[in-house]
Design a protein around this ligand. Structure first.
Ligand code: ADP
Ligand code: ASP
Ligand code: MG
Length: 444
């Protein structure tokens, strides 16, 4: 029999009504055997995700404040779901345990993980599936990285003992037994790990949009859906802010050749987006597959005459960055200039020391560190070997009166990164989207 690993995101489990939709989806296909649950998310625009409520609760506990009234608000969200579904389960021992753990110094990750833990318990009871605690099957190493070597064989053997099960997303366990979470949105990664451990035929990721869209629907009204996207395109888009799927969800499934299908819990008949490896991939309707972007980047601009002849010049720049714990995103360069683009958060509290260290190490002719850069990634397997794509991007941005501060194209030609002032971000994004999607893309 086929096996499907299915993950439901926060909006899909936000209240009892959403749980009912999840029930119908899971029960309509007996091969949907392993279900990963997120913590209840937003029920409406101004609502707070349970995970954020739990972080706030942890902060109160850590500050020695009385968090009982606040925690009662979290319990109320879960109780409303239990009551709304007419379930006969008592979560009060779990609530007591969480309160006690928080009072006795439990960690931030433990606190955050309880949203997934409780949601998965409720979902397991509602579906009549077994509950498998992620703390028993998802392992991290001492350095905080996901331990695939320990996880997959153990998890696979545990899954063999269950026909149907619900597993909480987002967290696992450290070698010392404490709970650790992935970064935000990490239930997507758990879903991929479950798919891999179950040797699933497909990983269905159920969310609140009908698949991967060509742009963020919060920035472009009703962007076109993407029918098929490759793992590599998806990585580029997710990394650059297409938040529909955590960028690291690709790794567990890619090497096993398990496709991901993004689906909409609120529109279950829509086939959504298939994420596949390059080779099985059908042609795209448009030259570009999608656009994504993010604000909050900084540029470290370095000029030095005859840079290429100063042996070790680049090595010294990267040594300084490394010593200061700064990760690099992009490195566009010219003959006598190099720009290092980093997330602005990486520089917090480090501007002066970075400037001083660079000056003493590489003695640049000119050095500038400037914040306020937004990056837009134009991604598409259809761009490879097509002349005129970059000029089309430039024309679109120029016609919208936006100045391009930097441009970078990877050698694989799968993406073009355009840097603009943060104030121009939305305008530039719309201009590029319109140029490739609204206008006739056969013009090239
Ligand atoms: P879940 O809670 O199901 O994990 P997320 O909120 O993490 O869902 O991701 C879904 C959201 O991602 C959508 O509601 C949408 O606002 C946002 N999003 C950003 N970029 C895109 C995109 N290119 N396509 C679809 N959704 C996107
Ligand atoms: N609940 C976690 C978060 O809000 C994980 C997830 O939703 O994937 O980030
Ligand atoms: Mg998500």
């Amino acid at each position: 029999m086929q096996v499907k690993a299915v993950k439901f995101g926060g909006t899909s489990l936000a209240d009892a009504g959403q749980f009912r939709k999840v029930y119908d989806i899971v029960k309509s296909d007996p091969t949907r055997r392993f279900v990963v649950a997120s913590a209840p998310g937003k029920r409406f625009g101004e609502d707070t995700k349970v995970t954020d409520m739990l972080y706030a609760c942890y902060d109160m506990a850590a500050a020695g404040l009385d968090f009982s009234a606040f925690f009662a608000g979290i319990c109320a969200r879960f109780e409303a779901i239990v009551d709304g579904l007419g379930l006969d389960i008592d979560l009060s021992p779990d609530y007591e345990e969480i309160i006690s753990a928080l009072m006795h110094g439990a960690g931030r990750d433990y606190a955050a993980s309880r949203g997934e833990y409780l949601a998965a318990k409720i979902l397991a009871a509602y579906l009549g599936f077994d509950f498998i605690d992620a703390a028993d099957v998802v392992f991290f190493r001492d350095d905080g990285s996901f331990d695939d070597v320990q996880t997959y064989p153990n998890f696979a053997s545990v899954l063999r003992g269950h026909d149907y099960a619900v597993i909480p997303g987002f967290y696992g366990v450290m070698p010392n037994g404490t709970i650790k979470t992935f970064s935000r949105g990490g239930s997507d990664i758990t879903g991929a790990i479950v798919a891999r451990a179950a040797d699933a035929d497909i990983y269905e990721n159920w969310t609140d949009v009908s698949g991967f869209l060509m742009a963020d629907p919060r920035l472009i009204p009703s962007p076109l859906p993407i029918k098929t996207v490759t793992y590599r395109e998806l990585r580029e888009l997710s990394y650059m802010g297409a938040g529909v799927l955590h960028e690291d969800s690709v790794f567990p499934v890619r090497s096993a050749g398990i496709p991901i299908n993004i689906r909409n819990t609120n529109e279950p008949d829509n086939p959504g987006t298939m994420i596949v490896s390059g080779t099985d991939c059908v042609d795209n309707e448009h030259i570009i597959t999608g656009i994504a972007g993010r604000k909050n980047f900084s540029v470290i601009r370095i000029e030095k005459d005859r840079m290429a002849y100063h042996r070790g010049f680049l090595r010294r720049i990267f040594e300084v960055l490394d010593l200061n714990g700064i990760n690099v995103d992009h490195i566009p360069s010219g003959i006598d200039t190099i720009s290092v683009i980093v997330h602005s958060d990486e520089l917090t509290g480090k501007y002066d020391i970075l400037r001083e260290s660079l000056v003493s190490s590489i003695k640049p002719d000119y050095l500038e560190i400037k914040d306020g850069l937004a990056l837009i990634a134009v991604v598409g397997r259809g761009m490879v070997g097509k002349p005129g794509v970059a000029s089309r991007i430039f024309d679109a941005v120029a016609a919208a009166h936006v100045n391009v501060r930097m441009m970078d194209q990877g050698l694989g030609e799968l993406n073009v990164i355009v840097g603009v002032d943060e104030a121009d971000f939305e305008t530039a994004l719309r201009a590029i989207y319109d140029a490739f999607v609204k206008q006739d893309s056969n013009a090239l």
